[in-house]
Design a protein around this ligand. Structure first.
Ligand SMILES: [Zn+2]
Length: 173
């Protein structure tokens, strides 16, 4: 795992360096050295295709709801996404995991979506579609790529131009 993490970090550094080179034109440097205070210039966040969300010491699952696949944290049996409890989309009641399905346990009791404690289901359920992003997520979260991904990788270059242009397919936080 250490080597994998280090590799990921190196790739991130490479990505950041590439982007800085891309965007810092000579004229901009002149501005920084000149009269305009650097604090006026907009800050550039280093772009990441994926920021690790799964903490190994916590309970996480995969929730497929409304054609969206999310990593969700389970606290006392309740589903949390982006740091907040996920509630019924109809009556705002609390949700209940029953096997591989999630139901409202509030007033309406309606089925909400599919659930799995197997984090690999994130990729299986197409939480990310592009091979580049799937690879990054698999590395960051320690998931297994699907057979179809491994077949695609044979044709994909190690450094994809998608790293430069790909947009987030999922809300990073
Ligand atoms: Zn409800």
């Amino acid at each position: 795992m250490y080597h994998l993490a280090k590799l990921t970090t190196m790739r991130r550094i490479h990505e950041v360096q590439t982007r800085l080179t891309d965007f810092e034109s000579p004229s901009e440097k002149k501005v920084i050295d000149g009269s305009v205070s650097s604090s006026v210039l907009p800050k550039r966040e280093p772009a990441h295709l994926w920021r690790k969300v799964i903490d190994d010491g916590e309970v996480w699952g995969v929730f497929e709801v409304d054609d969206t696949v999310l990593f969700v944290r389970i606290i006392d049996g309740r589903i949390h996404a982006h740091g907040r409890e996920v509630l019924c989309k109809y009556c705002r009641g609390a949700l209940e995991i029953r096997g591989n399905q999630v139901f409202c346990r509030g007033a309406c009791g309606v089925f909400q979506g599919n659930f799995s404690y197997d984090l690999n289901d994130y990729l299986r359920w197409d939480g990310a579609k592009s091979i580049t992003l799937r690879k990054v997520i698999a590395e960051e979260e320690g998931l297994s790529l699907e057979k179809r991904d491994l077949e695609a990788i044979q044709y994909a270059p190690e450094w994809s131009p998608l790293y430069e242009f790909e947009e987030f397919e999922s809300d990073p936080k």
